[in-house]
Design a protein around this ligand. Structure first.
Ligand SMILES: C[S@@+](CC[C@H](N)C(=O)[O-])C[C@H]1O[C@@H](n2cnc3c(N)ncnc32)[C@H](O)[C@@H]1O
Length: 330
């Protein structure tokens, strides 16, 4: 664990010591316990993966991570429920994902290393195409008229990037990358303060500028652009422009589908939103299709009694069809 993190735990332990006022309180043991909790506790999240808190579930803590999990941990209030995503054979290891899987391999590794201190060696991590993976979030080259993307052809795991265009071979330093990203900072700060003050109109107009600036820097189907569009979808809905929300949501679907497994709950949640937006403003047939896809996933990940699944059936009925799932299940 990095020193910074241990120091934070030492400060927390000191506070607990002051609060408890017990002469036998052992500071080292308390720090040790905080370290163990941080590796073994689970973030309790809602259906949108928004964090609600942290819980320590000793039995579930024995489950290891995979970026291609065969099970998922979902929460019903404080109750943690483990569900299989795929048939799990006798003797197969049950594996869940500890992190957001809609990320590049490098970012998934950084997340796992920072929080859980291991390098993942699952099938997805071992079998990825290094250049393809980096292009998911690579900067545009912009050397002359080149429309290639900058990738780190050298040390994949080194912090000191040497960026080279995958098309024209032009080299840029990581300093150039930092400078390019820095341009976005004032816009992001402004958008953040609009959001803090629930000024959705202000946030929307700033995020439109952020989208344009991000598109100027990254590939249109990059993760950076997708994250901006995810926020824009929400802001369009908050400000009542459902057509614009649908257009943004449509652009997100291929990126989600490329990075997530067929039964991922995040994909199920995305299909649910897409289905509803299509149903209101787009193609009704598409709307029904996306709602069915969402139900097929969320029934597996969250169970048939989950309120969102019940709501999905209701939406499907409204769209005039109580059809069969794409999986062929009734
Ligand atoms: C919640 S615990 C999982 C159970 C743990 N393996 C055990 O035996 O108690 C999380 C820790 O397990 C280890 N771990 C989990 N998944 C792993 C994986 N795919 N590869 C290597 N280590 C992993 C890491 O040390 C991580 O910090």
């Amino acid at each position: 664990m990095e020193t910074e993190k241990v120091v934070a735990f030492e400060m927390k332990a000191e506070i607990v010591k002051q609060m408890l006022q017990q002469p036998r309180f052992n500071l080292d043991e308390a720090v040790n316990t905080f370290c163990k909790i941080s590796c073994n506790a689970h973030a309790i999240v809602d259906i949108d993966m928004e964090p609600l808190g942290t819980g320590l579930y000793p039995v579930l803590s024995i489950i290891n991570h995979s970026c291609l999990p065969n099970a998922v941990l979902v929460f019903e209030g404080k109750l943690a429920v483990l569900r299989a995503l795929l048939p799990v054979g006798k003797g197969d290891e049950v594996l869940i994902s500890y992190i957001d899987l809609c990320q590049t391999t490098r970012d998934r590794w950084d997340d796992l290393n920072a929080k859980y201190h291991f390098i993942c060696s699952c099938r997805r991590c071992c079998k990825f195409d290094k250049i393809d993976d980096q292009i998911l979030d690579a900067l545009r080259c912009k050397h002359g008229k080149c429309d290639g993307f900058l990738v780190d052809k050298q040390g994949f795991y080194s912090r000191d990037l040497k960026l080279e265009c995958s098309k024209c071979g032009h080299v840029r330093t990581s300093e150039a990358e930092k400078r390019a990203k820095k341009k976005l900072e004032p816009l992001l700060d402004r958008a953040g303060s609009y959001l803090d003050n629930l000024n959705y109109e202000g946030a929307l107009s700033t995020y439109k500028k952020i989208e344009a600036a991000t598109l100027d820097l990254f590939h249109p189907s990059s993760l950076s652009v997708m994250l901006v569009r995810k926020l824009l979808t929400k802001l369009h809905m908050e400000t009542g422009d459902i057509q614009a929300a649908l257009e943004c949501c449509r652009l997100i679907t291929p990126v989600r589908e490329r990075l997530l497994q067929r039964n991922d709950p995040v994909l199920g949640r995305h299909y649910y939103l897409r289905g509803k937006l299509e149903g209101v403003k787009g193609d009704k047939e598409d709307g029904r299709d996306y709602l069915i896809r969402a139900r097929d996933i969320l029934e597996i990940t969250h169970g048939t009694n989950f309120p969102l699944v019940t709501e999905l059936l209701h939406c499907e009925r409204i769209l005039g069809h109580l059809g069969q799932g794409t999986s062929g299940r009734p």
